[in-house]
Write a protein of this length. Sequence first.
Length: 262
Amino acid sequence: MTFDELIAAGRASNELVVPVTWSQGRATFGGLVTSLLFDRMERSIAESRPVRSVHVSFVGPVEAGVPAVFDAQILREGRSVTQVEGRIIQNGEPRVVCLAAFAGDRESSVRIDGVPAPEAKPVGQCQELPYIEGMMPGFINYIEMRWAYGSMPFTGGSGREMGGWMRFRNVPEVLTDAHIVALIDAWPAPILQHFKSRVPASSLSWAFDIIHPRPALEADDWLLYKATIDQAGDGYCHFSARVWTPRGELLAISRQTATVFG
């Protein structure tokens, strides 16, 4: 099932079975399940209030091939801001918990443009991360990535930065905020480039903001992602990231804590 097909299935029922083709190690790709939950949360509030900020806790792995319930509940609806909680329940246990703030525009006398995109080689000059069945996480078959910063995972590289260009292999009809959520989480934790052999890693927590009014996007646009390690040690990696449009406009801000078993 493509991303758009899964979104459609999630809108038809609050119970969903994610196919194993979207796997990421022993769990389902975190960006996918978060985006599916986000879509349900977004549809529970007024269209005039776009998402501003989301906090995600990966309580446990969402297993592929096992029914999971996606639930959204409005916690408070004020004059400008709506606070929503989302949960994914599987086998009677919470696996993902989200808190999101959706808010309309406010009048302000101050406006500061987003941080512009850094220099990056054109997509055609960047190394592609190929999908190799049995060696790559299953979800890589659905998301295309071209390396512009840092080294590939498990190549014994160095440095704090990782990232490049990204988009869906199957071009969606419209690139929504839910699509952007999935793309933000597609990149591996930048600490993985430091290892010379494969080690398991998973996201512990994730916070991201999507910039609104959102810059105009075409469905087949390549988005630029760049992550920077803030600190790593004792089995954890703390890193921040930004996403830009092809024209260099800031689109999203992300911060994650990843556990590393190696």
